[in-house]
Design a protein around this ligand. Structure first.
Ligand code: DGY
Length: 413
């Protein structure tokens, strides 16, 4: 690991730091994003523990009274981003924000930080607990043990092909004209298409029309899909929350145990025996996705090891077809695209989570393969938002916070 890469990674985080919160990258994403912030904290932890804590604390400053932590916090008005706060009209929290959430990585990152400040961890526990309870109430109202998303952005994996078919149910006729900003900053071939954006905006309208009432959205939105990624990340975060509750006290561990037990059972609903992988499940139609994605390999991260060999086989099928692990979508599928955002490219923070899970079940060769591929991608192409799994080229935005953070987290081992 070269010293200059370390310096550049630190510089990337410092440059994106707005004073208490970090933008994913200036221009393209000029606000505080939820899971980006969690990974930013992981990166700051390498060289500035206080700043790492601050990142998570500022994220929770935006928590809604019902427990939701929004996916974007709009502390300032930035004309370079669309759709901004006036489109979302989500005024239910203490700070201007979007009306949806994002994968709850933060609880697991707080456990990572906890040895450096028990007091700061303890202060955050009730807030993390409230957010997790919100997921179960708002995104699993029937108690299936799997967590739904109400918007592709809620998964963080925006234009994953798995959302195409459930998205057919979204009526985009009322969306009207709008001007995207992202395609002025990034090659449009690397971003979602207009048809995807029409759906994203139509789903914002669904929320606005219901004043972001969580129960009305869950009951009435046309897009309600149990996401294997969000479910796995929440299950992992619940286990981390339980460990902290048992160690530090302050919140009741018993309801957390019950939630974990329900999710362990529920997770099996996502097993697709035809393709031998965990998949997302359209809760409106009851249809399992016909294709896995990189999030399927988060089962180990979630502490689920029920179909170990079959899932490893699917991972091998993915990685045998590409030069760099782990493509975000099945590289054998006709919808695979090596540069278009979540339809194929490699994402460093997904690799970090997938590899953690593999290490947990003793798959150290796999851990090392994914770690070294990730570091090789970054050495080759810099702190890009995501990477082409074929030639390793940089895609999306540059000087990206979570890519620098994963470099910092991984280059210390
Ligand atoms: C975007 O604007 O592309 C984001 O992914 C939304 O969260």
């Amino acid at each position: 690991m070269s010293a200059s890469m370390y310096d550049e990674a630190v510089h990337t985080l410092r440059t994106n730091d707005q004073g208490g919160y970090t933008v994913p990258t200036a221009g393209l994403y000029p606000y505080q994003w939820n899971w980006d912030s969690a990974f930013a904290a992981l990166g700051f932890a390498r060289f500035d523990k206080d700043r790492a804590w601050r990142e998570v604390e500022t994220l929770f400053e935006a928590q809604w009274p019902d427990g939701m932590v929004p996916h974007i916090v709009f502390r300032v008005d930035e004309p370079t981003y669309f759709p901004g706060p006036t489109v979302w009209q989500a005024n239910l929290g203490p700070l201007p924000s979007s009306g949806i959430t994002q994968p709850p990585v933060a609880g697991s990152i707080v456990r990572h930080l906890a040895p450096t400040s028990e007091d700061r961890a303890q202060a955050l526990l009730p807030h993390i607990d409230a957010w997790h309870r919100w997921f179960h109430a708002a995104r699993d109202p029937e108690g299936f043990g799997v967590i739904a998303i109400t918007h592709p952005w809620e998964s963080g994996r925006d234009n994953l092909p798995n959302w195409d078919r459930p998205g057919d149910a979204i009526d985009t006729s009322g969306v009207g004209e709008y001007q995207r900003r992202d395609t002025a900053m990034v090659d449009p071939d690397q971003r979602p298409k207009k048809a995807d954006y029409d759906r994203y905006l139509a789903l914002i309208q669904v929320g606005v029309e219901r004043n972001w009432d969580r129960d009305a959205v869950a009951a009435e939105t046309p897009f309600f899909v149990a996401d294997v990624g969000t479910t796995a990340i929440l299950l992992r975060a619940e286990r981390d929350l339980l460990a902290m509750a048992e160690e530090f006290g302050g919140i009741d561990p018993q309801p957390i145990r019950e939630r974990i037990a329900r999710m362990e059972v529920g997770f099996e609903r996502l097993w697709n025996p035809d393709i031998r992988a965990y998949c997302s499940l359209d809760l409106r139609t009851g249809e399992l996705a016909e294709t896995a994605s990189s999030a399927s390999f988060l089962a180990w991260y979630a502490g689920i090891d029920a179909h170990h060999e079959e899932l490893l086989g699917e991972l091998k099928r993915y990685t045998d077809a590409t030069n760099f692990a782990v493509p975000s979508f099945d590289p054998h599928h006709t919808l695979f695209n090596s540069v278009r955002y979540w339809r194929g490219p490699v994402w460093a923070m997904m690799n970090w989570m997938i590899a953690q899970g593999l290490a947990d079940v003793g798959q150290h060769d796999w851990y090392e393969r994914i770690r070294s591929d990730t570091l090789a991608l970054i050495e080759k192409s810099g702190f890009a938002e995501y990477f082409d799994p074929g030639d390793g080229g940089a895609c999306g935005g540059d000087t990206f916070t979570w890519t620098a953070a994963i470099w910092l987290a991984w280059s210390e081992t």
